[in-house]
Design a protein around this ligand. Sequence first.
Ligand SMILES: CSC[C@H]1O[C@@H](n2cnc3c(O)ncnc32)[C@H](O)[C@@H]1O
Ligand SMILES: [Zn+2]
Length: 436
Amino acid sequence: MTTTNHPTKWIVRNGVFATGEREGVVRGCMIVDGDTIAYIGTEEPEDARDLPSIDGKGLLFMPGLVNSHGHTAMSLLRGYGDDMVLQEWLQTKMWPMEAKFTSDDVYWGSSLSIVEMLKSGTTTFLDMYDHMDRVAEAVVQSGMRASLTRGVIGLCSQQEQDDKLNDAISFAKNWHGQADGRITVMMSPHAPYTCPPAFIERFVQAAHDLDLPLHTHMSETAAEVEQNVREYGLRPVAHLEKLGFFSRPSMVAHAVHLTDEEIAMLAANRVAVSHNPGSNLKLASGVAKVPQLLKAGVVVSLGTDGAASNNNLDMFEEMRLAALIHKGVSGDPTAVPAAEALRMATLHGAQSLYLDNLGTLEAGMKADFVALDIEQAHFLPRTDYVSHLVYSAAGQDVRHVWVDGIQIVKNRECLTLDEEKIRFEAQSAFEGLLAR
Ligand SMILES: CSC[C@H]1O[C@@H](n2cnc3c(O)ncnc32)[C@H](O)[C@@H]1O
Ligand SMILES: [Zn+2]
């Protein structure tokens, strides 16, 4: 992406800002200096008079959404396997197709997901997959921010395990901190049921050596928890703790099937959780105990998972699901209120990816933000914009997107990517997979 033609310091005037912070909504202006928010408030500073400006009238600004768990190349398998439980879905539909993926397939699938995410307000995402150099290439081109991790399934020979771990280590060495710091890396054994204990321990060691966080799928289904107990005599949380997984900064996806003791153990070890309500509902995995996790002080963020188990990457939908399903299952209408759902999709997302200065609209924070068109029926009356964002809005309401202070979506057009080519190549890639 090119960074020319962007003024280093500029101002948004006449905007409404859902800051994601305690003060909630600010009506006024925001000054961006390079990649950072320099000021936000109701009063315009005197020395801002001559700054280049954009008019925020009719726009609601909010922090860019953070999608804390997914597999971007899986957009190529959207609609390819519906209405199955996780293990059947993985074994009969996903893994046979993924075995045929080339690095080009990963590039076009990831590019397709990036277009979808950007245009629905996501500015940062986590991706766990194979051929990660090609995902990184798409991230660089897009101008987006990402936490990338080479996901490794260890149900293979010792030699293949070595090769996969070395691939994950090389990827980390080559890409952590690249793209002006927009790309960071985590280390990811796929799950306790696909990685033998000794292999997970090697990932923990590598994460120590590289000083990187760890990420994995954990306790997504009841069947997986039972299998873990059968094979190792421990539920997944105690199993991972025993393997040293939580001795590193770590974030686990799903965490649906937890006991109260396990929730306390995650909190004590400062393990962050990516809650994926859409994927958990579609695969009939269950409903995570999010109110209890939040009460215990666990950082809970939101993820879509891949587009083959969701089946879209719209984080507004995940926010709404998170705010609704926990009310439904608990019978408590105060469970996950709107401000909490918004925080999960923004600040908690940044924290769960171990990214500093990201996730709210405040002076000193990264200038990653989006603007929604609020001159639409479903944003009226002007009662509570945080409520509207969570209970009424959808990704299609996003009109403009900035990352690091640079505009990358303008009037719903992606400025950094050729959307038409990406749509064409993604469809061709899927047809090629079917034919191989
Ligand atoms: C080794 S790369 C990532 C790997 O994860 C698979 N996957 C996608 N969604 C899920 C999920 O919800 N639980 C577990 N594994 C999942 C994907 O198909 C890739 O093989
Ligand atoms: Zn996943």
